[in-house]
Design a protein around this ligand. Sequence first.
Ligand code: ADP
Length: 206
Amino acid sequence: MKHPYQVGITGGIGSGKSLVCRILHRGFDAPVYDADSRAKYLMQHKRELIEQIIQHFGKEAYTPDGTLNNAYLAERVFHDVQAVKQLNALVHPQVALDYQAWLMTHKQAPYVVREAALMIESGAHASLDLLVLVTAPVEIRIRRVLLRDPHRNRAQVEAIIAKQMSEEEKRRYAHYVIENDGSRPLLPAVVALHELINKKIRTKNT
Ligand code: ADP
């Protein structure tokens, strides 16, 4: 079966990966699969996954009205590496299935974009044609997140960053890097990425 060319966009929190994806979507009509929000959706709506989460984390993982109890789950996994692994081991295969189904509905697109913070950790990068890392120095990322997410404080953002794979390690997997440190405008960098993707597609098809 013919797939569209698959581009992954990853980067730590505040790197600007969502903004890059928004530009590719709005500017070039690229379909974007947002793995992090789909994961949240599936945890709330996919029966099989809900049952597995309850089995592993207890029925407190959902409130009596059936809403995901984010506070409880966050508390369970925040200081427990094993619990995070367990939760990811339940969620990632469901996201992989969901992505495959989504991909089927975009067979006509020249390329699709998969956005995920945990792209490499989930193994999703392995099936992509091109992995793009969006990156920026930690201090800039913290400042951006504090402006974007008023409900988070600096210590919380630092704790999230400390748990994510380092940018240095991610660079080893990336085929292409966008340095989004604010010293250069982002728009031309995304246009250049779009052009590179099209060049790769042409090369692949000849
Ligand atoms: P991520 O998805 O990687 O967590 P976002 O794309 O949401 O990051 O970017 C974090 C915040 O920083 C957003 O409010 C975004 O608009 C802003 N931002 C990202 N890159 C830039 C940039 N180059 N210039 C100005 N603001 C930026």
